[in-house]
Design a protein around this ligand. Sequence first.
Ligand code: N2P
Length: 352
Amino acid sequence: MKQRIIALVIMIFAFALVLTGCSKGKETLYIFNWSDYIDPTIVSEFEQANNCRIKYSTFDSNENMLTKVKSTTESFDLIFPSGDHVSILQELGMLEELDKSKLMNYGNLDPQLLAKATSFDLGNKVSIPYAWGLTGLMYNKEYVPEEIVASGGWNILADSFFDGKNKITMLDDAREVIGAALIYSGYSLNDTSEAAMTAAHEVLKVWDRNITQFDSDSYKNEVPDGTTWIAQAYNGDALQQISENANLGFILPKEGAAMWMDNIVMLKSSKNKELAYKFIDFMLDAEIAKRNAEYTQYATPNQAALQLLEEDFVNNLLINPDDTYLQKCHMIEYLGDRVKSIDQIYEAIKLN
Ligand code: N2P
């Protein structure tokens, strides 16, 4: 017995030594990204190649990210906001202007997408496009009859089949929830006129009868396990699940969808800017960006990576829709104070 205890103490001591030995003296990069949004092997490869440590934290909505970044004493080096939140962080004076000469792989980015990104980052000064995608509906084929899905529009959420069953979720994101109702009502997702707001509110009152919760993360487990039958979902997150479970499906509603571009930004307060530049450049490498797109199932703004991706990925219309569908999609734009009208309706619906 005594010998066993001694052996255990020696083991714990050796383990602690290895742990401290590994992390001691190593530079640490603090990254804050959406959940399920990076291939973890890429993170460890970067750590090994640069003899550093990455402290990686995740968020599930721009709102949560913003609250944490504004309030936290823990400082991040790099964060991954959507376009409208790049503008918000920039207005708050929190973003570092990027020195592109430190990014050898910057030229891999698609100039057309960079031009689009100027709508939230004039002159592409503070952000690096990371991935883009669309929001649709993910469902479990075991529970949702095919004829309901075949109707193909956002109003599936109002179908009487779901009445009182508590089996539908929407994202916990005002822009996404009100956006879907606006698109369904024939308005732009960025329209905050009184007519648009009234129409969206009326639609949501009806959908809300079927909605169990507003949550941006739980659907990834709950649709596969049948707790939720249909959920408003990000396309890549849904496709990650679908690749492991043939019972799952995803549609882009016929009226159109919300579109967003997520970006890497560096905080002015970053204490490790050189390493942060290295990480951005690593992610911009064509082969790395290709592997990351395959893992996350999101469209890449890296045109050199697009050349390397398999046809199956490039031609998947749920990742890269055709132009006819894209014309019906609405980029979530920065609205300044106008966002308050959207937030008000969202809060009213959630309180109901
Ligand atoms: C990744 C979700 C990112 C999409 N899980 C939202 N912009």
